[in-house]
Design a protein around this ligand. Sequence first.
Ligand code: ZN
Length: 251
Amino acid sequence: MLPMLIAFAAAFGLLIGSFLNVVVYRMPNGISVVSGRSECPDCHHQIRAYDNVPVFSWLLLRGHCRDCRAPISARYPLVEAVTAVLWALVAAVADSTVDAVLGIVLVTALVPVTLIDLEHFRIPNKITYPAAVIALVAGLALDPSGEPDRLIAAAAAAAFLLVPAALISGGMGLGDVKLIAVLGLCLGPPVAVALLVALVAGSVVGVVLAARKGVQEARKTKIPFGPYIAFGGVVAIAVGQPLIDAYLKAF
Ligand SMILES: [Zn+2]
């Protein structure tokens, strides 16, 4: 049963990943993500349905447009593959329906957030707000007794990031605070693991950057924090609850 569920989640993740490509490409430019067919950015021919099969079409056409032969970025099949892997991961580790649903909501939001933050240095409310609402509704419907814990986790994690976001200019912003709140609503207490991993990963990269460019230059380098939060979120999904249990058992 479980292997079939994981395979199903991976296949569905591929399709969702294909949609997330559209979100990442269109949302920052204010284009509707639901209407209008995809087209080649070079020759503007519409992508045919049979050339729009996640990952496989790109491989079959060896990364080129069928009409003008313009190269098509490997980012598209990669986003589809990564989304499939993340959906499979959630299916493999979730031990309840509520964990599975909230995990899926989270990874599906984290993929476009990471790419848009890397490219545009912002996390769209158009992703964090709907994700928060869906997480809240799904949490309340599937596991009402667990909702207070998730709300407290979201508020605590957001409050924790609010201080550096308010004090330090550049790097961290309100988008990051909203994103960590979404993580809290989806993960509950294991959001602490996500926060810790994000801060450690961010510090390590900061130190490496300072060593390579010098402290002055590194300070000026704008680094989006969203991708670190996303990385922390995936780690928390994979090993968050076991880590918290082990920690609590140790005391
Ligand atoms: Zn073309």
